[in-house]
Design a protein around this ligand. Structure first.
Ligand code: PMP
Length: 395
């Protein structure tokens, strides 16, 4: 059988994720002293009171399907949490769907909107999944390269310049993976002004919305006049509540769109895992303190790693959200891929080349700080030694 003839051609032409590629090389290198700062996954276990609710639901035999859109009790809890933080109301019966992670929320949000040939604007660098999901939906991903000098934010001018008559959708990936950039109210308002008289929809991926640092609270796109009615808000439990393995997220938006979103979810997934949904109710109702604790820990690591990197000459824009830093590696004289590959092979430290996150990533690398301080400090020591070696070799 010639499998090249039977595969979906769009899918077959998509490259595998650049993050996984580095993770796989790291696994192959089989060194006992390997240190990975490559994965965006909290090093905390899910807080016990949340786990306990999942366990209790199993003990009580709650092992059935839920409603397609998710347990109503969870949707109500999600609605209350969003209202608590943004003062924006989403109707739990018609405007919220519980999904298998933020990942599924992005997929079905994109597929509910995109027709063949529609252009979807994707600020870059950003999370690896947007462009492939757009391509699989028949759309054309159009990247907008954000710039370090603008704090890796999407500017109104950049957006305006990228819009064509075919533009259907804008992905707003803030707080951003990998840069840690956040969009403040005024930045979002400028985006809203550009979109005002258009039919362009927005998918705002706010999965790191609970993890921002500094005094200014996260502002959601749905809080901005002119964005609420055109925005699908994507969020989830993985990052804020350290619940990656439970596979739970959600998508909220205007009823006419959500009616279509729920159909996709119904046909492809049926419903998100029920045990995870029971645990998630507890997270939504009583998880704010856990977030505050974990955010404090991430913030301490963020400061430490920033200081170390800047001290060794890897200039680093200060990330204000998520749990990544995105230093420039240009002083090494290497490309992002070369830098990360050599660091991995010579010093057994795995970080991810910026190019894994799209067009804007050359010259940068992503370092995740969801790791212990000891782990981080050992990695920093080795990166410092690597830079020293490169300097000596260049003489
Ligand atoms: N959005 C962004 C920006 C992410 O970084 C991730 C995970 N790395 C996701 C969505 C998906 O997360 P999950 O499916 O675990 O909710």
């Amino acid at each position: 059988m010639d499998y090249s003839k039977v595969l979906n051609t769009t899918l077959a032409s998509l490259p595998p994720s650049g993050i996984r590629r580095f993770f796989d090389i790291a696994n192959e290198v089989k060194a006992d002293d390997m240190i990975s700062l490559s994965i965006g996954e909290p090093d905390f276990a899910t807080p016990w009171h949340i786990r306990e609710k999942g366990i209790t639901s199993l003990e009580q035999g709650k092992t059935w399907y839920s409603a397609n859109a998710g347990l109503l009790e969870l949707r109500e809890a999600i609605s209350r949490r969003i209202a608590r933080h943004t003062a924006v109301e989403f109707d739990p019966r018609s405007e919220i769907v519980v999904t298998v992670g933020g990942s599924e929320a992005l997929d079905i949000g994109i597929r509910a909107l995109v027709n063949t040939g529609d252009e979807v604007l994707v600020p870059s660098p950003s999370f690896v999944c947007y462009a492939p999901l757009v391509a699989m939906a028949g759309g054309v991903p159009v990247s907008i390269v954000t710039k370090a000098e603008n704090g890796f934010r999407l500017t109104a001018d950049e957006l305006r310049a990228a819009i064509t008559p075919r533009t259907k959708l804008l992905i707003l990936p803030f707080p951003n993976n990998p840069t840690g950039a956040v969009m403040r109210r005024e930045h979002l308002e400028a985006i809203a002004d550009v979109l005002r008289d258009t039919d362009i929809m927005v998918i705002s991926d706010e999965i790191y919305g609970a993890l921002t640092y500094g005094d200014a609270p996260h502002v959601s796109a749905v809080q901005i006049e002119g964005l609420r009615e055109r925005t699908l808000l994507v969020d989830g439990f993985s990052k804020a509540y350290a619940m990656t393995g439970w596979r739970l997220g959600y998508i909220c938006g205007p009823e006419p769109v959500m009616k279509q979103v729920v159909k996709l979810h119904q046909y492809a997934i049926m419903c998100a895992p029920t045990t995870a949904q029971h645990a998630a109710i507890e997270a939504m109702e009583n998880g704010d303190e856990d977030i505050a604790y974990m955010r404090g820990e991430y913030d301490a690591r963020r400061r430490l790693i920033l200081q170390e990197l800047n001290d060794m000459g890897l200039t680093c824009f200060e990330p204000e959200g998520a749990f990544y830093v995105f230093p420039s590696i240009q002083i090494s004289g290497l490309t992002s891929e070369e830098f990360c590959e050599q660091l991995l092979l010579r010093h057994h430290v795995a970080i991810v080349p910026g190019t894994a996150f799209g067009d804007g990533g050359e010259g940068f690398a992503r370092i995740s700080y969801c790791y212990s301080v000891n782990h981080i400090m050992e990695a920093m020591k080795r990166i410092r030694r690597f830079l020293q070696e490169l300097k000596e070799e260049a003489r």
